[in-house]
Design a protein around this ligand. Structure first.
Ligand code: 13P
Length: 249
């Protein structure tokens, strides 16, 4: 953990979640054991945002979206705007997730438009970066991350931002980066952010679960976690929050 800032445990439900089960999830969530040290956020699918924002808020959980379009309104069939997300109670929006980059073809140009639009609407982007397995094996991880972070060049350094380092090979695979890989990569990301004039939280994501959360959160430069599969059940998600609270204590 990097010290002064509150760490963040965020859950990305991806394309999962129906209304009834998500309301049960909220009921099952116990109180955050260390709200002064650990912030909690969840990113359900768009269809649940309005229904969940108040119940989550009552539990001290911030809500966010998994994506958005960069225009404010208009003839963009099927798209959701940053203002709609604010209207639905969102604080965060995930941008640059590897599934959006790889499956939907989102690259730096569109991501910069989305970042600017998110800031303009008062959202805090959770900007995801990460290398593929071939890139790690070829020793080009830092080059890839640097190129992904270059989108931030020339942006307002005071605009709110959280970065999430998610090695693509660790997402949904059960393979986690080792503490050494995590510490070294987070050090590089913080250094690169500093070069861009920014100091912000850098979360780790990729197969985080109750069994590995504590050792990952204890790594130097890790300011929280972006959790996929293990955030779908309230009990496993709460165990990860508890692990972060132990590390922060
Ligand atoms: P998993 O925790 O399921 O590996 O997903 C990580 C992720 O992509 C979060 O955004």
């Amino acid at each position: 953990m990097s010290g002064s800032t509150r760490c963040l445990i965020a859950g990305n439900w991806k394309m999962n979640g129906m209304l009834q089960e998500s309301l049960s999830f909220v009921n099952d969530m116990r109180e955050n054991p260390a709200p002064e040290a650990v912030e909690v956020a969840l990113m359900p699918p768009y269809t649940l945002l309005h229904a969940l924002s108040k119940p989550f808020e009552d539990k001290g959980i911030r809500i966010g979206s998994q994506s958005m379009y960069f225009e404010t309104s208009g003839a963009f069939t099927g798209s959701i705007s940053p203002l709609m997300l604010r209207d639905a109670g969102c604080h965060y929006v995930i941008l640059g997730h590897s599934e959006r980059r790889d499956i939907m073809g989102e690259g730096n140009v569109i991501l910069r438009k989305k970042l600017d639009a998110a800031w303009h609407a008062g959202l805090e982007p959770m900007f995801c970066i990460g290398e593929h397995l071939e890139e790690r094996e070829a020793g080009t991880t830092n080059d890839v991350l640097k190129e992904q972070l270059s989108v931030l060049e020339g942006t307002d350094v005071n605009a709110p931002l959280t970065v999430a380092y998610e090695p693509v090979w660790a997402i949904g695979t059960g393979k986690t980066a080792t503490p050494e890989q995590v510490s070294a990569t987070h050090a590089f990301v913080h250094q690169e952010l500093a070069r861009l004039g920014r100091q912000c939280r850098v979360l780790y994501g990729g197969s985080v679960n109750p069994g590995n959360a504590e050792s990952l959160m204890a790594c130097e430069g890790v300011d929280g976690a972006l959790v996929g599969g293990a955030s779908l059940k309230a009990d496993t998600f709460m165990e990860i929050i508890a692990a972060a609270a132990r590390v922060a204590a």
